[in-house]
Write a protein that binds this ligand. Sequence first.
Ligand SMILES: C=C(O[C@@H]1C=C(C(=O)O)C=C[C@H]1O)C(=O)O
Length: 647
Amino acid sequence: MKKTPQLNHIREQITSVDKSLLELLSKRRQLSLEVARSKEVDVRPIRDTQREKELLSRLVKLGREQGLDAHYVLSLYQTIIEDSVLNQQAYLQLRADQDGRKPSYTIAYLGARGSYSFLAAHRYCERREMEMQDMGCHSFDEIAQAVESGHADYGFLPIENTSSGSINEVYDLLQHTNLSIVGETTIDVSHCLLAKPGTTSEQISAIYAHPQPISQCSRYLAHHPQVKLHYCASSAEAMELVSQGDHTMAAIGSAEGGALYQLEPLERHLANQKVNQSRFIVVARKTVVVPEQLPAKTTLIMATAQKPGALVEALLVLKAHNLNMSKLESRPIPGTPWEEMFYLDIDGNISHADVQQALHELERITRFIKVLGCYASENVKPTRLENSQLMIEPNSSRQEQEAVTECDSARYSREFKTNVTEVLSGELHLGNGSLTAMTAINAEDLLPSVGQQALALREAGFQAVLINRLEQVTPDALVQLKQQLNHAGLQCILSVLQPADLAVLQPHADMLLLTGKQMFNKALLSQMGALHIPVILERNTMASEQDWLTAADLLLSCGNQQLVLCEAGIRSFSNPEELTLDLASLVNIKAHSHLPILVNLCYIKPQQRAQLACAANHLQTDGIVLPVTDLAAQRLLLTQLYQQRCS
Ligand SMILES: C=C(O[C@@H]1C=C(C(=O)O)C=C[C@H]1O)C(=O)O
């Protein structure tokens, strides 16, 4: 279609607004560096989450006045603050490094330009304004040797990936090097299908890629069985081959990397997991001193005595010194079958007394211990706002959970576990004392306009969508459902009505709901108990409270502790045709069980809904489920509930 002059004019305005936005962002960065300089003088911590909270709630309010929704403003500013914190950290770390600046730094990494390791190294240097001379290597050993021999200043080694887990080869290498870990960096890995310009998807008959991306994109590749796969030593090699080939070839790699080989993305987001990130460690010959204002991580390896409880004993030392362990890995020790070397990441600075004391104590009870490095942690956890703040004026206060008295030794009981179970799924947090709002909808009503509806539901104040009647939905449509809901910041809960659906639904759900109709199905309870994603157990309309808790116990006994109960109404004698909400059960369960509980109001008479929602809210229910009708009214009700919860 021909562009009208009006369109051109509007686009010019957008271009000019974008330019101003970038100028302002750059100015904000400069100011943030000035803050870092002042913190250097006053020796104040870089991160100030209280300030971030105040700033975010003010901006959310201001944004709303300008017609910008809270979630949009929040996610933009979380990104901006992450950048600001990482820049401040990089600045202070550079100031603390004694050697002074070099005109350029030689960086050893795996593969060639365009590989993910190259991108990680490039970003790390860019943030530090370090000029990078890149030295592509063929193996992790070659990287370590390049740094040890002085041919390179730093080496970049991938240590873990959110979809494929730890990279054992790198852990094994760390047992033998004299190098120190001096930094870490995490990059988003977004796999694209890359081809020469002008290529169409239909032309592709061969895909070239490194084994890691192939395993991370297995679901996409399974949908294209006719395409031949070629394994390459690195993503860069795959891209190079394709750039020299014809239009039947494609590579898997990043869009940024592809651009270095004049390749264009034909398709994006190929990875099975939505969040696909790789963490790299930076190694050097000399250790660094991490300024005390920065969050530090200390990585060590140790071999414990060959006796029962030796590892627990070592971990208790950390507990005694109040040190958090963010990672624990074990690897075999070559030449000594069945003996393990443990790798630990501890949140703490090696120059602090608590870390040093813990290390001394560990020396006494281990057979071998070595610190691999202490470095600034780049894990900037986004500061969040309470759900209530996203809906109404900032006014957060959390009510404490009631104390428990009665005991019971079943797995669901508070005697078995004193702390309340907290169930986490994306931003959704059940069991922390706040109220979560969910809505329920049938798949056939959601599918035709899922993107649009998802945004409206999020704006109405819901955090999750429970989808019913999924029997006829194809796997492709399920992918769409989850993607679009997650994109709008909503969690996708799929309801399992029959056992045969479980295998199909599970890969596309953030959480699963076992419907009340299946509550007595022991086989299904066991299957869902073996899963690693949160499960909601709905009460059968004819089940006693004890039946329901017995079902919960069976599920918990199979391993899955991320369990949520859901009261959706029972048949009572007063009105057997309609469901009655069993609020007495809610009180009982809150008092005697550590499991979070939801109240589903979809099957209750519409006239009673608002009143019962308020009652359930008073009783500290962890979440409510409302039907999808009349969103304006639901928004009002939710605002009222959040307000009630805060007062
Ligand atoms: C800029 C600062 O440092 C950090 C970054 C912030 C930001 O970018 O807004 C806010 C608080 C701190 O975590 C500051 O303390 O003001």
